[in-house]
Structures are given as C-alpha cells and as structure tokens.
Design a binder for this molecule. Structure first.
Ligand code: PEP
Ligand code: MG
Length: 325
C-alpha cells in the first residue's frame, strides 16, 4: 500500500479526463514544509502562523518572523505560499497575552478581531510577511472575516505596513494578493460583496461547519452533530464558489474536508480545483483524483444537492467510492 502511494507522487495531478487539480499543503512550521514537499505538493495553501507565537513568553519580533516566512518562500521556489495572519483565540491561547475569560470563546475575541484591535502586533506580522514577499510567491490570508469593515480595517493596517517599508527602503511585492477565509456563515451570505474586496477566498470548512451547525468543534459531547456532509454546509459551499466565480476571483478550500479523499468528486462537481490539506492526506486525495472524472463529479453534485438528509448524503459519498474502488 505504502509503495502504491509512493508511486502516485510523480503522476500528474489530474482526473482521468484531464482536469488539473492543485494539491497544496497546510503547514504550521518549516519542518512541516519539508514533509509536504516530499509529498509533491504544488505549494502551501495555508501557513497557520500560530505556532510561531506559541510555546514562548514574548511576541516574536518582526525579523524573527521574517526569517521563517522568507525561508518558506525560498524553499517553495515560486510556488504559492499563502500565509494566514495570526488566528488565536477560541481554542488557541497564548501565555503572554491575557485574553479575557469568556463564556463562549468560539464566539469571542479571536482571529482578525484581535488583529484589528492590536494593530501594533498585526502591523509587525504584516511587515514580516511583506518583506518575505520579495523572495517568492507570497499571499496574505485574513482569518475569521465576518464583514466588509473587517477587510477594510485589515487593509488599512496593511497599507501602513507598506508605507513604513517604503520609507525604510525595504522591498516587497506591491501587488501582493490578499485573500480571506470563508469560515463564518455571514461571510458566505455576503460572499458576493467580499469578492469585490479581495483576490481570493479560502474556505475553512472546520470553522464553517462549526458555525453553520452551531456545534462547537471541540465539544466531544456533541461531536456526532459535527457533520460536514450536511445539506446546509453544501449549500454554503456552493454559494461561496458561485460568488467567487461570478466575481472572477479564485477559491480554494483549506479545512479538513479538503483532505477527505471521499469529498474529492464533490469538489470537482463544485468546480473547486485548489485544495489545501495536511501532508498525510495528499497521497490519498491524489489517488482518488486520478481515479475520478469531472463528469462523475458533476453527477455526484447533482445528487448531493437533491439530498434532504446527512444520511442520504453520506451514503451517496460512500456509494461513489464503492463504484470506483
Ligand atoms: C478552518 O477553520 O477550516 C481552518 C482551516 O482553520 P483552522 O482549522 O485553523 O481554524
Ligand atoms: Mg478556522
């Protein structure tokens, strides 16, 4: 089995009928990037920067962050590196920032909400990312966006960061692409408006499922209710992809569902051709990809959209697998 998977690494990343799908890695460190490159990924679709901030007692300085982002950009040698700005709060906490105790941390002070509140820290990270952008194909991704205002406030800080670098004569890519995570139902509802403000969407199915179904993704007592194959989730995915397409921006997926090989035909049906996942999922997804076709994806999507229950959706997903297997 291991050998069969290894043999898949060098095969073109496309369906039987020739539709290319780019598989990217989700990483949290340079070590994970090494791992990902061994799996033949086309780049990094999600660099979760939280780890740079964790297990320490002070904020990482601009230079320290810059060195990491730069090393990643160089290793990727022109392939995309999507760096997500700090996404703490909720389940991810830091020793040196006393976040308020909250009754509902998942609905609380987290992600972009903290960044636009602590502009000094946010600007430091953005400057580090911008400086790294002259060493590769770096893009910036903002997490937990719920409104146009949040995008604009984040951009304001980005503009400040750019001005400061310019004044200091430090180079950066002035046309750096900006994207947002689509992981809150509000963002899906205004996806057509958000698509006019940014260059790309990255769908975060982990949080999206949590917020659409009102099921805390960390609460084991209700984990049976945490169901990505839910008609409500599918409609949200479809709406997001359509909004992106109508506005001519790109859309990728970086939640766990992107790394679920069984979901691959569904992504084909939806017209999603960029998937970012942890390295250990890459070979399974690729194996599924080279066994699939666009036609199969389109047919499956029609059937999934007609489902009224999660149970129906899941049995369809598994039927498709059985036919192929
Ligand atoms: C997500 O929410 O789907 C996501 C990719 O981000 P994280 O898991 O880091 O919240
Ligand atoms: Mg998330």
């Amino acid at each position: 089995e291991r050998e069969r998977l290894r043999a898949v690494v060098n095969v073109p990343s496309e369906t039987r009928d020739g539709r290319e799908v780019n598989l990217y890695a989700n990483i949290t460190s340079l070590a994970e990037l090494e791992q990902a490159l061994k799996h033949g990924v086309k780049g990094v679709g999600l660099f979760r920067t939280e780890m740079l901030y964790m297990d320490r007692h002070t904020w990482p300085k601009e230079d320290e962050q810059f060195e990491v982002y730069k090393a990643a950009a160089q290793k990727l040698d022109g392939q995309p590196l999507v760096i997500r700005t700090l996404d703490i709060g909720g389940d991810k906490l830091l020793d040196y920032i006393s976040l308020p105790e909250e009754d509902n941390p998942v609905l609380g002070y987290r992600g972009i909400r903290i960044s636009i509140d602590r502009r000094d820290l946010f600007k430091t990270q953005l400057k580090a990312i911008l400086r790294a952008s002259s060493f590769g194909n770096v893009k910036i991704l903002f997490p937990m966006i719920c409104s146009i205002e949040e995008v604009r406030r984040a951009r304001e800080v980005l503009d400040l960061a750019m001005q400061e670098l310019q004044r200091a004569g430090q180079p950066y890519n002035t046309n750096i692409e900006i994207g947002i995570m689509i992981e809150v139902p509000a963002a899906v509802a205004i996806a057509d408006l958000l698509a006019q403000e940014v260059q790309f969407f990255s769908i975060g199915t982990n949080d999206l499922v949590q917020y659409v179904l009102a099921v805390d993704r960390m609460n084991e007592r209700i984990s049976h209710l945490y169901e990505p194959y839910h008609p409500a989730v599918l409609r949200m995915l479809r709406a997001t992809v359509e909004a992106a397409r109508r506005n001519g921006i790109s859309v990728s997926v970086c939640g766990e569902l992107a790394g679920d090989a069984d979901a691959l035909p569904m992504w084909l049906g939806l017209g999603v051709h960029d998937l970012s996942m942890s390295s250990h999922s890459v070979l399974d997804v690729k194996r599924r990809l080279i066994d699939s076709s666009e036609k199969e994806g389109a047919e499956l999507l029609d059937k999934l959209l007609a489902c009224r229950t999660c149970t129906e959706m899941k049995s369809l997903i598994h039927e498709t697998k059985a036919e192929d297997g």
